[in-house]
Ligand binder design. Structure first.
Ligand code: CTP
Ligand code: MG
Length: 450
């Protein structure tokens, strides 16, 4: 039997694709005093990052940005959409409402108006996406769009639930453990046919305000209408930024992706160039990683003549020079470098990790350890916390020893210890202060972490 044209699978040209990004929320739980979409994750905002997923590969005919009502935020955020025209057919911005559902409603109305204006015929597939899921990879958008192309009328990306979930009663007493294998944590973008979305919004207009408020996403409204909702695989990076811990997680994800792309770049250097869209995506993320800067100081007095010590400075032994007194080898350069690393990571200071309490207990092996050993351990600690060390720079102030001839040697020893570039320089204080009077040496360090 010959298939009639009506029964044919719609060709790409028969359907249109629109993406609505809701970014109108106030971000109350994040607590930055500004709409969440305008909060900076790196040197770029939540919305900027969310828009990174939009590529020409998605073949979007329309992007609708739903922005907050206040004009300052709107103006600021609208700039994010300026370079999107070559990645999708058209870009429209509208103002959101008091609730997410109202904001989605504004977005869907904008899709309807655009479809009418452009005389679209055939099916219109609409994705609804939270700007707050700023790192959602393009692959999730593709899976949702493909499921719509394959005939689904409502599609959600979701992941299996990893926590054990309990149901409780009004007095916080457990009534049931819900079987985890049946549960999915739902993300966005969620995809719908425009026709289903229109029915959904007519449906919630008929509901009481309370019932409508209980329908927290559009897929729930579709379910309420009896529509079949298809689940496709979500992605861990599509987590929603709700509170400050989520912002920290998202920053760590960006740093991790940047690290991987560095590995890729090294591999590329050894294998010769390859061009993949994945690599381009990773590299764009590499550029986004925001450095963290730390500062550290350390001062040690020269040992009294009656209790002479050996001088250890900048990881080197200085035979014949007057030594310093203090903890371990009393190397202020190495100690300041450690302090700067901890400072950049927001992980306290030398005392936190190598103070009397810690060394007496969990880090007993570092009691009396030399500065180089401490620096290697400090570098390990910040790396373990998820940071990559960009560089460490130390300058010390002291009349002696004369440093220039051994600078290279010192930088090599310290860089090896930290497995990162460590630069050291020296100066005097022109005879002023305790360093000028030759009473001790002071070192100041900065560190950059990603
Ligand atoms: N959203 C919106 N309009 C609203 C409320 C929310 O466009 N009136 C959007 C948000 O910008 C976000 C997504 O819906 O991208 C998910 O909402 P949520 O995470 O709750 O964001 P906020 O409402 O901004 O945060 P909060 O609830 O903490 O104020
Ligand atoms: Mg909200």
């Amino acid at each position: 039997m010959t298939q009639r044209p009506d029964d044919a699978v719609p060709s790409r040209m028969d359907r249109r694709r629109a993406l609505v990004i809701v970014a109108a929320g106030s971000g109350t739980r994040l607590g930055h005093g500004m709409p969440k979409a305008a909060v900076k994750i790196t040197d770029r905002t939540v919305l900027d990052h969310a828009l990174d997923a939009i590529t020409a590969d998605l073949a979007l005919d329309l992007l609708v940005l739903v922005l907050p009502q206040d004009t300052d935020s709107q103006q600021h955020l609208v700039a994010a959409s300026e370079n999107l025209n070559h990645r999708c057919g058209a870009v429209v911005t509208v103002t959101g409402g008091a609730t997410r559902t109202e904001s989605v409603g504004s977005g869907v109305r904008a899709v309807e108006q655009h479809a009418e204006l452009e005389s679209w015929t055939g099916a219109v597939h609409v994705l609804i996406h939270d700007a707050a899921r700023a790192l959602t990879p393009g692959s999730v958008f593709e899976r949702v769009l493909s499921a719509l192309d394959a005939g689904a009328e409502s599609v959600i990306p979701a992941l299996p639930v990893t926590d054990t979930i309990k149901r409780v009663d009004g007095s916080e007493r457990v009534t049931e453990t819900v079987p985890r294998q049946d549960l999915r944590a739902v993300q966005t973008p969620q995809g719908f046919t425009l026709e289903l979305l229109q029915r959904a919004f007519t449906h919630i207009r008929d509901l009481s305000k309370r019932d409508a408020a209980a329908l927290t996403d559009e897929a729930m409204i579709a379910e309420d209408l009896g529509a079949a909702v298809t689940v496709v695989e979500g992605h861990p990076h599509a987590l929603k930024i709700t509170t400050s811990i989520d912002l920290t997680t998202v920053r760590a994800v960006i740093a991790e992706l940047a690290d991987h792309s560095e590995d890729d770049a090294a591999q590329e250097r050894s294998l010769g160039p390859t061009t993949t869209s994945v690599r381009e995506h990773d590299l764009s993320i590499l550029e986004l990683a925001v450095p963290r800067v730390g500062i550290g100081h350390d001062i040690h007095a020269f040992a009294p003549a009656e209790e002479p010590t050996e001088l250890w400075l900048a990881g080197l032994h200085w035979p014949g020079e007057r030594g310093l007194s203090g903890h371990s080898d009393a190397d202020p350069v190495a100690h300041a470098a450690c302090a700067a690393l901890f400072s950049a990571a927001g992980m306290g200071d030398l005392g936190t990790h190598f103070g009397a309490d810690t060394i007496g207990t969990s880090r007993a092996q570092y009691k009396g350890a030399g500065g180089v050993v401490l620096l290697a351990e400090a570098a390990r600690i910040v790396r373990e916390a998820g940071f990559r060390i960009g560089s460490v720079t130390v300058q010390f102030i002291g009349n002696r020893p004369k440093f220039a001839t051994r600078r290279e040697e010192a930088q090599q020893v310290l860089s090896e210890a930290a497995s990162a570039p460590v630069a050291v320089s020296a100066t005097t204080s022109d005879g002023l202060g305790f360093t000028g009077r030759g009473e001790g040496i002071m070192a100041t360090a900065t560190a950059v972490l990603y």
